[in-house]
Design a binder for this molecule. Structure first.
Ligand SMILES: Cc1ncc(COP(=O)(O)O)c(C=O)c1O
Length: 380
């Protein structure tokens, strides 16, 4: 398999940043896709207790029933719909579930529509599954809105699946119920699978999350993806899940059994505590992200074009220069790390700023960044 097409890695920038740090420079990390908070103490304790109790062996490849029941309970609480634990599969991270969804639905040459800009792994996963990536281009002029009319124009008889992601990485946009319904109706009408990646569903700055899961007519086509990484600051624990059509459960379980076997046993126990335990640390983190979003927006306003994010912890401004060279310039000259827009699709003149960092670092990082943009443009 060709590997050079398998996508960018945000770790390239991280590697360079670490190298600069080794040379004694202080780098401001505005590129990272994970909360800067510690995993809440009660979750850590639950993992520890599970280990102490000897819960350290293989589990049911689908995920322990206790956790699947807890996830089912969570859907009722946060998405307002019941689901049978039989339709839930626990995976080592949401990312793995995205890949499984594509592996079980895509035939060679099938076309898969995905947002561009969008989370960089979608493109890679589509290729790994033998599909043809079809970018659904979102533009800043249209507020990065996902317009149903554009979607219709991309559908052919080869279209097999559609990937949706709200709140959206890298732009932070969300979607209203009517538009999402229109999109789901189009997919259902054409018999297209919907992979709805809702990993940022709890990180919202206003309103309520609209889940693709509320549209019952799509149950037979919908792969709902969620996880614990972002909501509970658990990126390194590797735990996520999917709620998938009944007829695919056996296939995905088989894939999981023959690859990773199961999600880590004691992490599954910790995930139960994450959902069932106190949620004040989630409220605290979301409150902090909202405040920092306000800070970034106020600093960028009038200086760069951007769309105000409504969720997640990213903003995706237009810098008007080649973002890859600019990101390296910014890191080398100003010790600020951001990700080039080119990592997310055709958006080569944008950058992704993550505000999963302290207010102080954001203030310093953004002011250096604004100075760097001006200087970089002057050099061209
Ligand atoms: C949109 C999106 N989906 C999925 C993931 C991966 O989540 P996990 O850590 O659960 O694999 C990320 C992580 O950055 C993401 O941004």
């Amino acid at each position: 398999m060709e590997t050079q097409n398998l996508g960018h890695s945000s770790f390239e920038i991280l590697k360079k940043a670490r190298e600069l740090e080794r040379q004694g420079k202080k780098v401001i990390h505005l590129h990272i896709g994970e909360p800067d908070f510690k995993t809440p103490e009660n979750i850590i304790r639950a993992a520890y207790e599970a280990m102490e109790a000897g819960f350290t062996h293989y589990t049911d490849p689908q995920g322990i029933l206790d956790l699947r029941e807890t996830i089912a309970w969570y859907q009722e609480k946060y998405r307002g719909r019941e689901v049978s634990p039989e339709r839930i599969i626990v995976t080592p991270g949401a990312k793995m579930m995205i890949l499984y969804s594509l592996l079980v639905t895509v035939e060679p040459g099938d076309e898969i529509i995905y947002p561009d800009p969008g989370y960089m792994s979608y493109h890679t996963h589509i290729l790994l599954a033998g599909g043809k990536p079809v970018p659904w281009k979102l533009s800043i002029e249209k507020g990065f809105r996902h317009e149903p009319e554009t979607l219709k124009s991309l559908i052919t008889e080869k279209t097999r699946a559609l990937i949706l992601n709200f709140p959206h990485n890298p732009t932070g946009v969300t979607i209203d119920r009517e538009t999402l319904k229109e999109i789901i109706d189009i997919a259902v009408k054409h018999g297209i699978y919907i992979i709805s990646d809702e990993i940022y569903s709890r990180i919202l700055f206003e309103g309520e999350h609209v889940s693709a899961f509320i549209f019952e007519g799509a149950d037979d086509l919908l792969f709902l993806i969620d996880g614990f990484s972002k909501t509970y600051a658990m990126t390194g624990w590797r735990i996520g899940y999917g709620i998938i059509p009944n007829r695919f459960v056996g296939k995905v379980v088989k894939l999981q059994t023959n690859t990773v076997s199961c999600a880590t046993s004691f992490v599954q126990k910790a995930a139960i505590e994450a959902i069932k335990g106190p949620q004040d640390s989630v409220d605290f983190m979301v409150g902090a992200f909202k405040r920092r979003k306000g800070l970034v927006v106020s600093m960028l306003k009038g200086k760069l074009d951007f769309v105000e994010p409504h969720g997640a912890f990213y903003i995706f401004p237009y810098v008007g220069v080649d973002s890859e060279s600019f990101a390296h310039f910014l890191l080398d000259e100003y010790q600020v790390a951001v990700l080039p827009g080119s990592y997310f699709g055709e958006t080569k003149k944008f950058i992704r700023i993550s505000f999963a960092n302290s207010d102080e670092n954001i203030r310093e990082g953004i002011s250096r960044l604004l100075e760097a943009v001006e200087r970089f443009k002057g050099l061209k």
